[in-house]
Write a protein that binds this ligand. Structure first.
Ligand SMILES: [Mg+2]
Length: 118
């Protein structure tokens, strides 16, 4: 079973994505702040990180940098409300496999994007 680390601080989205991913037979671990995200990347060795940007403690940019500095094999999809061109470019330049803007993707579509990668 492939393991997803969901890094998200919105309880509503945590609920939706956790339910959806488990239905699709992914193992899901949730981190609701930046410190936990980095701790769980080490401890849980996820196949993919679904990463929010605006988070308590450490933001998604910092988390992405640290993930890619440590283990380039862990795939990262950014899922954020931030949708400016500069933000998308920044995410991809820092090594994210994909940058999805929350308002443009349903949970089912996000799952499809995940399945293309792992
Ligand atoms: Mg957030």
């Amino acid at each position: 079973m492939k393991k997803i680390l969901l890094v998200e601080d919105d309880p509503f989205l945590i609920d939706i994505y956790t339910t959806k991913l488990r239905e699709e037979n992914f193992e899901v671990v949730v981190a609701d702040d930046g410190d936990k995200a980095l701790e769980f990347v080490e401890k849980e060795k996820p196949d993919l990180v679904l990463l929010d940007i605006v988070l308590p403690n450490k933001d998604g940019w910092e988390i992405l940098k640290e993930i890619k500095a440590k283990n380039k094999k862990i795939k990262v999809i950014i899922l954020s409300n931030l949708g400016q061109k500069e933000e998308v470019e920044k995410g991809l330049n820092l090594g994210a496999e994909k940058y999805l803007i929350k308002s443009n993707f349903t949970p089912s579509e996000v799952v499809e994007e995940i399945k293309k990668l792992i």
